[in-house]
Design a protein around this ligand. Structure first.
Ligand code: ADP
Ligand code: MG
Length: 697
């Protein structure tokens, strides 16, 4: 009965072609299947009736059975309202309407028993209920006790009388038709093991829960199922890669050894060594590597990337590094260049602003194999950019590339895919990593280079500026340097630029004995460069800047990061900014300045920063505050089109889904067993309909 669920919604009772159009346009609901998965976003408690004596203004919307005894219109013109008295055996409640007076009035019946639903309030000494839902009580209704679903809707739908009540009628009819057609795709053994509600029952109680407990079970089952499919797909994808695609074999370590012996500027941390071993193991295995490298700001990913590049260059292949912005690409290029030059290797930068003549030379050198390392932006993905042999593609993405773009890069080699290393600077919460990168192996640099002291983070209100200035002076007198960062969300925003310039002037006034640099996005590149260099060389002691310094500078002598209007920054950005200090052996500080008035969310952000320097903890909090969609950007939205599971809250269910998916595929890799047939068909349908997982491989 695969086609049953593809039936257009117009065949539901009371829908028809016109309403079907509306549902499609406003909510994207076209088929029975869409409707079935259109879940309520909350439920109203109709499990009990309140007496009027029990009502008070702290209750949510509740249900009351009462008689309407009288009503009148009071007030004049725009202040007009309809006031009605409702009573039961225990007291009186005043009902109020500000809109649709005549329509309501026409429908009121004196003395009739009504079921009212609304939020109780208080006006002076009177109990009130504004715009209650009203219906004449029928014996059946008085008996029906349930949690009433509330569906997402739009203004247009309400105007066209497709309100929540209409939606409920639609859902009732849908369920009547659909429930008997539902065959549970989850294998019986799994249902039993996890004590999950069967599919039909779960759909019934997600739409019309009989009670809280069944609702909870329905939610759990559907969340689990949603995440389980994703995990199955990711794990199968991974398996396919491992078995179907051969990897280039790189085992020559001669360049690496030379670099270690002659040029390595410091002892690698154990975490760096471990990660390099993991990557080397992949590269010589004959299988194609797809690995995610996570490492906090300052954990030393650049050198790891370079060493891995050496492994492929040793055998005559080339390496590429792609970053999401020009600034980041340039920074990577500058970070890698000294190492490459020390080893006598050719490295180049390719971005949107690379000149045509340079570009041409670069293309030629790349195709001839003279160029060993190419760093750049999306420009790398252009057709004309051809490698002689791309051995390793590194993607530094910070959430900004979609899976599809990653895929493009690894198609750069015709016969054999390059090894792929995805680097992320911002730690990704485990739940997100498992969903977005669940097909990748993971390496983590969970250790900062030795000698780094954890950064101390303090939060001050603007009123304490003198105290902060005194502290800065003490630091500078000890020979340290200081960043003062202003938010400039939009570099074009005039008021922000003014804040920055005012700030600059007051810093100059407060520290007349020191030199102050200023850098912002409106400056010419040469001027920016000049100011940056003065700071890097220690000619200036204070750098006043916008977030342009979030990436790009590495000054170990700078020990204080002051962030102005810190409440305006997101957590990830605060964490990135803080990562600019704490790079030397001295104790470093991050000072968050804010006004006294803070939203509770802003307060949580600042408190989180003060409490921890752990990037993963910060990322988790960020996820909880902002929700996953925001974190990932729009490119990922296709991937994260979750109907019911919430990555910020359902980490435990995700973990369970991953584990169960792994166990299942281990036992039956092709899902060939009869009890897995439905599951396999469901996955195939998903693959055909939505996420084109196949295009990734
Ligand atoms: P990120 O992971 O943020 O990209 P970088 O690779 O830029 O970090 O490294 C941050 C700083 O730490 C750089 O100045 C780098 O030279 C230095 N560094 C990296 N690894 C080590 C190490 N093992 N010991 C000492 N310093 C290191
Ligand atoms: Mg870096």
């Amino acid at each position: 009965m695969a086609d049953f669920f593809a039936t257009p919604v117009e065949f539901i009772k009371g829908v028809g072609p016109e309403r079907a159009q509306l549902l499609k346009k406003e909510l994207g609901l076209a088929t029975y299947n869409d409707l079935l998965h259109f879940f309520p976003f909350r439920y109203e408690d109709r499990t009990r009736f309140y007496t009027i004596a029990e009502l008070h203004e702290d209750l949510p919307a509740v249900q009351v059975a009462a008689r309407i005894t009288s009503w009148e219109v009071v007030g004049h013109k725009r202040k007009q309202r309809l006031v009605a008295q409702a009573t039961d055996d225990t007291g009186t409640l005043e009902l109020v309407w500000f809109k649709g007076l005549s329509w309501v009035q026409k429908n009121l019946q004196r003395g009739a028993e009504y079921i009212l639903f609304g939020k109780p309030g208080r006006y002076g000494r009177k109990l009130t209920m504004a715009h209650p839902e009203l219906s004449i009580a029928t014996p059946a209704q008085a008996e029906a006790r349930y949690l009433q679903p509330v569906y997402p809707s739009t203004e247009t739908l309400k105007r066209k009388y497709l309100d929540n009540k209409a939606m409920m009628r639609i859902m009732r009819d849908l369920l009547k038709k659909a429930l008997p057609q539902i065959h549970d795709p989850l294998p019986p053994a799994l249902l039993q093991e996890l004590n999950l509600l069967p599919a039909a029952k779960a759909y019934r109680h997600i739409h019309f829960p009989e009670n809280e407990n069944l609702l909870k079970q329905a939610r759990f089952r559907l969340k689990f199922e949603e995440l389980f499919y994703i995990q199955l797909q990711l794990l199968q994808l991974k398996e396919t890669r491992l078995t179907r695609y051969k990897g280039q074999v790189f085992k020559d370590t001669s360049l690496l050894t030379r670099f270690y012996n002659e040029h390595l500027p410091f002892e690698l941390t154990n975490a760096q060594k471990r990660v390099i071993r993991e990557i080397y193991h992949d590269m010589k295995s004959g299988r194609q590597m797809n690995r995610l490298l996570q490492g906090d700001v300052g954990s030393g990913k650049t050198i790891v990337a370079f060493i891995c590049m050496l492994l492929v260059i040793s055998e005559g292949a080339q390496a590429a590094l792609m970053a999401p912005t020009e600034i980041l690409a340039t920074q990577h290029y500058q970070g890698l260049k000294p190492y490459a030059e020390a080893m006598g290797l050719q490295i180049a930068l390719l971005t949107g602003s690379t000149k045509a003549s340079e570009r041409k030379a670069l293309h030629t050198a790349l195709e001839a194999g003279h160029l060993h390392i190419l760093v750049g932006t999306h420009a790398l993905l252009e057709e004309r950019v051809r490698f002689r042999q791309l051995g390793l593609a590194i993607v530094d993405e910070q959430h900004r590339f979609g899976v599809a773009q990653r895929a493009k890069l690894w198609r750069k080699n015709k016969e054999v895919f390059p090894h792929v290393l995805v680097m992320t600077a911002t730690p990704i919460p485990r739940t997100l990593a498992m969903t977005l990168y669940g097909d990748l192996d993971v390496s983590v640099i969970d250790e900062l280079p030795a000698g780094r002291k954890p950064i101390k983070t303090l939060h001050y209100y603007d009123a304490n500026r003198l105290k902060v200035n005194a502290f800065l002076k003490k630091q500078i007198d000890q020979g340290r340097q200081v960043y003062i960062v202003y938010p400039l969300i939009e570099e074009s925003e005039k008021s922000d630029l003014k804040d920055l310039m005012d700030g600059y002037e007051s810093v100059c006034r407060a520290f007349p004995e020191y030199h102050v640099s200023i850098v912002h996005g409106k400056m010419k590149p040469e001027a920016k460069q000049f100011e940056m260099e003065r700071f890097v060389k220690g000619q200036t002691q204070i750098m006043v800047a916008t977030t342009v310094i979030e990436v790009g500078v590495d000054v170990p002598n700078a020990t204080v990061m002051v962030i102005e209007n810190a409440e305006r920054f997101g957590l990830a950005q605060l964490h990135q900014l803080r990562g600019r200090v704490g790079r030397g052996a001295q104790q470093s500080y991050c000072i968050l300045m804010s006004s006294f008035k803070l939203t509770s969310e802003a307060r949580t952000r600042l408190e989180t920063m003060v409490r921890t320097t752990n990037g993963f903890e910060i990322a988790d909090t960020d996820l909880k505050l902002r929700g996953p969609g925001d974190l990932m950007g729009t490119q990922q939205s296709g991937l994260l089109d979750l109907k019911i599971a919430d990555l910020a809250r359902d980490g435990a269910i995700l973990q369970l889904a991953r584990e169960e998916a792994r166990k299942l595929l281990q036992a039956d890799p092709q899902l060939a067993r009869p009890e897995h047939t439905l599951l396999r068909q469901t996955l195939d349908k998903k693959a055909a309909a939505g996420i084109r997982w196949s295009s990734i491989s």
